[in-house]
Design a protein around this ligand. Structure first.
Ligand code: GDP
Ligand code: IMO
Ligand code: MG
Length: 430
């Protein structure tokens, strides 16, 4: 029996997971998503084209590879079918190499209204959700009131749908709002429901299977499988900066529950890490920069959300958070992304610890909202364009020193260095 390799984000999402999955796909037979849903935006760039994937795994542009959407993922039929159509328009045939779990939960239009109502009711304490209905849909899953892809074919689907919809409307009213107070993608609930129902009919025609059998049988047959995470460890429901997190398990443990794989069948764990940090939405961010350097990271790194277009907050690499993420996930290899963004900097910094109430620690506090003063180690910049460098040895020595510092601090190898958004601009060391 083969083990399943795992690839996931170690920060607050948008580390560049999509690019790395696309680069690694030729080495695998199957790529499988295990968590999240259309809150994700995974970008692939090749042949001068850019593709942003939401719910579909990032191996989809390789026609001979199978892509799987596991039971841990949420599907919003209208967004999902738009994603399918946009791939078809670009000449891909996702309907042929995509398998969907019957057990994946559905995001209903009223989940999206509930998301908007919940956020509004929180005022200043809002999470900064992508408003795709993620929190409310996972809430129903855990409350055992959710609807799954397999339910779309049930005779009593309409009755189940209406019962859940009414529950959501009552919840929205309990917050002091009406469903009509909110729009979904500029449409009223009735208008959006029509699109959703049409899309759900289309979705039913795709390959819907028991993916847990498929994954385990293929591992048994010696096939190579890569699990693709969405979001990042600092957004994990248990280990992220709660409550400013997403509602799924974004860590390695999520692969077991989100695909039905036993823990002893987890293989290598590739941790994707940006050479600096970004965060979109609210919540604590100890190394956030509010100065010109932060602006430069944002501008040079094009740090705008691939889903919502929101500006991403930027800051230096946070080692306590990174080490925590490596520990929780059992990371075996680091993949370092977007180091080219810092090409013109005179100095670059890594936060090596936090000072809280006068005491220095390298551990994350229970409450990350308290006052945290980051302690930095400073490195010389390399002042050189590295985006076309093909071999590790040819990278500037100052950059190699920065990379070695990350390896030393995490006790992990940096097995890949990414130097541009393009598939080809990737240095693989190991
Ligand atoms: P994901 O959610 O983890 O897949 O990441 P996103 O796609 O949301 O955000 C990463 C962004 O950085 C995308 O626009 C990528 O095209 C881009 N990107 C990925 N790797 C690199 C890199 O090494 N250098 C630069 N400059 N951009 C990169
Ligand atoms: P990928 O997979 C970055 C953030 C949102 C918000 C919080 C909760 O592209 O890395 P949600 O819609 O899940 O209720 O939002 O999590 N968030 C992400 N930030 N990348 C993502 O995905 C994200 N998915 C959710 O901005 O702060
Ligand atoms: Mg993203």
């Amino acid at each position: 029996m083969n083990n399943i390799d795992v690839l996931l984000g170690l920060q607050w999402g948008d580390e560049g997971k999509g690019k790395v999955v696309d680069v690694l796909t030729p080495h695998y037979d199957i790529i499988a998503r295990f968590n999240g849903g259309p809150n994700a935006g995974h970008t692939l760039e090749f042949n001068g084209m850019k593709h942003v994937l939401r719910t579909i795994p990032s191996g989809i542009c390789h026609k001979d590879k199978t892509n799987v959407i596991g039971n841990g993922v949420l599907i919003e039929p209208n967004i999902f079918m738009q994603e399918i159509k946009s791939l078809q328009d670009k000449g891909f045939n996702p309907q042929d190499n995509l398998l969907i779990s019957r057990k994946a939960h559905l995001i209903l239009p009223t989940h999206r209204l509930t998301d908007a109502a919940n956020e509004k009711s929180k005022g200043d304490r809002k999470i900064g959700s992508t408003l795709k209905g993620i929190g409310p849909a996972y809430t129903d899953k855990i409350a055992r009131t959710g609807l799954r892809v397999g339910d779309l074919s049930a005779k009593d689907f309409d009755a189940k749908y209406n019962a859940l919809k009414n529950l959501h409307i009552r919840h929205i009213e309990s917050l002091g709002y009406k469903a009509e107070d909110f729009l979904i993608e500029e449409k009223t609930l009735a208008q959006y429901e029509q699109l959703w129902m049409q899309a759900a009919e289309e979705l039913k025609k795709l390959q819907i299977i028991d993916t847990e059998y498929f994954i385990n049988e293929n591992l048994q047959q010696g096939k190579k499988i890569l699990a693709e995470g969405a979001q990042g460890t600092m957004l994990d429901i248990d280990f992220g900066s709660y409550p400013f997190v997403t509602s799924s398990s974004t860590v390695t443990a999520g692969v077991c529950s989100g695909l039905g794989v036993a823990p002893q069948n987890i293989g290598r764990v590739f941790g994707i890490v940006k050479a600096y940090c970004t965060r979109v939405g609210s919540g604590p961010f100890p190394t956030e920069l509010f100065d010109k350097t932060g602006e430069e990271l944002c501008e040079k790194g094009h740090e705008f959300g691939s889903v919502t277009g929101r500006k991403r907050r930027c800051g230096w690499l946070d080692m306590p958070a990174l080490k925590y993420a490596c520990m929780i996930n059992g990371v075996t290899d680091l993949m370092l992304m977007k180091i080219d963004v810092m090409d013109s900097f005179d100095k670059v910094k890594i936060c090596t610890g936090y000072i809280m109430e006068g005491n220095k620690t390298e551990k994350l506090p229970y409450n990350m909202e308290r006052e945290i003063v980051p302690v930095f180690e400073e490195f010389d910049g390399w002042k050189q364009d590295v985006s076309k460098t093909k071999h590790y040895e040819d990278l500037p020595l100052q950059m190699q020193t920065y990379i070695q510092a990350i390896e030393r601090m995490t006790s992990l190898p940096v097995s890949m260095v990414s130097v541009s958004p393009d598939r080809n601009d990737t240095i693989i060391r190991n």
